[in-house]
Design a protein around this ligand. Structure first.
Ligand code: ADP
Ligand code: MG
Length: 234
């Protein structure tokens, strides 16, 4: 099976003046293409550090993180930014849309990194807007949209580069329960289409929508449970 990511003894230390903080102390797991993973763990367990590495915002101290055939530990800053801009989809709690741009322009943003947009690029962005249920809101600006609609724009934007995986950091953190359910339904349908999703959440009800829950504790994987595992056990 093809892997979207492969983590081997992934380690991250932060060197402070007075001490070394061992935020990740050897994390190993595979993310097969098409997986839907929730990452959980108490505050300080290393979730943000792991997300930063998966998102190519930082390099590990030791160990490896393969995205496709490339180990990000061996990348220089340019290669790291290029991978981040072209092969990772980001979704944040606060949507992070550009207020001056319309829905469809926000979806196009990651493509500008690669230069001019072709006609087929633009068509793809329209299609993505339709896929997330915003086909009739193409010319709206973020301020004219609800929180749930803004998060849908962010989801469409995260998919535009055909990423290795979509990284979602507390994607429903700013949304009410009903809207959160709608966003989670959208994730489920994207996952059913084969999109790989890695989501950080501190809520069990949110994590329950994923296929697999990885719990971190003190910079290590405490448990890694796939939904079907439970069914087999019963
Ligand atoms: N930039 C940093 N410099 C120093 N220590 C850090 C930095 N970022 C995180 N840490 C420390 O690393 C550990 C893991 O933090 P973090 O990855 O933010 O955990 P979580 O997101 O699960 O709360 C914590 O002890 C935190 O204080
Ligand atoms: Mg954090």
């Amino acid at each position: 099976m093809k892997l979207a990511a492969k983590l081997e003894e992934l380690t991250k230390w932060y060197e402070l003046k007075s001490e070394t903080v061992k935020a990740l102390r050897g994390v190993t797991f595979d993310v097969p293409e098409g997986d839907y993973v929730a990452i959980m763990g108490p505050s300080g367990s290393g979730k943000s550090t792991l997300l930063n590495l998966l998102g190519c915002l930082d390099r590990p101290t030791h160990g490896s993180l393969f995205l496709g055939d490339a180990n990000i530990a061996n990348m220089n800053d340019n290669q790291l930014s290029h991978t981040r801009a072209t092969r990772i989809g980001f979704i944040f709690q606060s949507y992070n849309l550009i207020q001056q741009l319309t829905v469809v322009e926000n979806i196009e943003v990651p493509l500008y990194y690669q230069g001019r947009l072709s006609k087929s690029d633009r068509e793809r962005c329209h299609e993505l807007a339709g896929m997330v249920g915003l086909g009739d809101r193409l010319k709206h600006r973020p301020a004219q949209l609800s929180g749930g609609q803004q998060q849908r724009v962010a989801i469409a934007r995260s998919l535009v580069n055909d990423p290795y995986f979509v990284l979602a950091d507390e994607p429903t953190g700013n949304l009410d329960t009903v809207t959160s359910e709608e966003i989670l339904k959208l994730f489920e349908s994207l996952n059913a289409m084969g999109k790989t999703i890695i989501m950080v959440t501190h809520e069990n009800e949110i994590a329950a929508h994923a296929k697999r829950v990885i719990r971190l504790r003190d910079g290590l994987v405490q448990s890694d449970v796939r939904k079907t595992d439970r069914i087999i056990l019963n």
